[in-house]
Design a protein around this ligand. Sequence first.
Ligand SMILES: *[C@@H]1O[C@H](CO)[C@@H](O)[C@H](O)[C@H]1NC(C)=O
Ligand SMILES: *[C@@H]1O[C@H](CO)[C@@H](O)[C@H](O)[C@H]1NC(C)=O
Ligand SMILES: *[C@@H]1O[C@H](CO)[C@@H](O)[C@H](O)[C@H]1NC(C)=O
Length: 458
Amino acid sequence: MNNVEKVLELRAWRFPVLLCFIVTQCMVLQPAEGFNCSEPNSESLLSALQQNVLNRSAIRPVQDPTQPIIIGLAFTMYAILGVDEKAQLLKTLIWLDMKWQNEFAHWDPEECGTNKISLPRKSLWSPDIVINEFMEENTGPETYFVYLYSDGTVHDWLPVRVVSSCNMDIYTFPFDTQNCSYTFNSYLHNANDIQLVLRNPIEVSLNKTHKYMTTKGEWILLDMTAYQDNLNGSEEWNHLYVNLILKRHPTLYVVNLLVPSCFLISLDLWSFVLPPQDVDRSAFKMTLILGYTVFLLLMNDLLPVTGNTIPLLNVFFSICLALMVASLLETIIITNILHNSHDYPDVPRWLRFLVIDLLARLVCLSRKTPDDKDTPVVAPTQRPNVIETPIELVHQEPFGSLQRDLRAIRHYMEKSAATQQVSEDWIHIAQVVDRFLFFIYLIFISTSFITILVMWTT
Ligand SMILES: *[C@@H]1O[C@H](CO)[C@@H](O)[C@H](O)[C@H]1NC(C)=O
Ligand SMILES: *[C@@H]1O[C@H](CO)[C@@H](O)[C@H](O)[C@H]1NC(C)=O
Ligand SMILES: *[C@@H]1O[C@H](CO)[C@@H](O)[C@H](O)[C@H]1NC(C)=O
């Protein structure tokens, strides 16, 4: 119990202390440290500054060295220059806006004739704020000046071209959203010396970004969130984290990649309507596969590449190609069955069970009139008794040869009937498999169409 109370007490303590601390920090040690100008013009202000501020630019501008400097930070994203999925880089241009107090500078605006002066950035102390995700040096436009106000506020506003690393997940490409982050902190100074705060709520930054953003390219900034770790002057570094949620415009990819691919595979689907015995279906399919391969080669540049994850889209293309190849293979087999099935052995039992009994029912392609087809096989085995009796009854020599001929004919008929039966079985199997593949095709295409439409519209 005691402990909990202590903790609560401590918490209650901390807030006013922190508030006092910030207030004193912002109000700066007042007039005592101020200086006057000899005349109300910039020159005399500059010479006054040179004596009081500019010759102390090497040191952190605080009266009490144990106190941290609070850097108020704000930024606006001006452009999203690009996203490199392969290198996992995000390129943006931001306007970085920082304010802090220089406690050495404090003058009377009336005596000196102005309340602000612009000075070269190098002549004043400035914080070494970096974005931790920086992957390349800042190649933004160079700016040289900062504003110094009569109350000691320094206002630094500079464009930064940020090339930052960002862990991208392209699994759902082109319908992906990326979550990139910027971590602002001082490179050298820890929280004892420099603390970072966000000057405005992050929504202000987001609104400004939407107002000023010039690039209307592939990416839009959906959202920004910010948070920081509050350390209050420990040895740790004080970080300010900003998360950027970026969304890709998928239209280019849908129009250039998905729609043509769907057209091609629909064409392949319709080729099932071609009767395989009359038209060379396989040549048609082969041409289509060739066309699809060329299409994939041409569009390869549009697809993002990273080391570890494959976008779902690539899997979709692979399945399309696999289906095309499978249907070509199936067409070859069917053509073979249609032309050569009379030489085939009997349909194996397992195949008969699998295809004629199960698959055929599944695809609604059962035998139309099983009785008609069964009779030719059964009939000849029953008939001999009927035919042979009268011949044996006659028992005459000329009929002996006739009997032999008839036997031969019967034998031939039996055999051809059996062969025809086998052949018909095989053809039936071919038809069932054809229909089955057609259904698989149909299901795949309709589900992928619906998925794409849903993902595109939401
Ligand atoms: C500056 O001048 C004002 C009035 O002219 C005076 O009150 C003030 O003490 C002066 N400050 C310094 C630091 O000399
Ligand atoms: C800056 O100049 C003033 C006036 O000349 C002098 O009193 C002060 O010691 C100088 N400070 C440094 C750090 O040189
Ligand atoms: C973005 O990532 C950060 C951590 O890296 C996480 O805290 C945040 O919730 C993520 N935002 C979204 C919208 O996923």
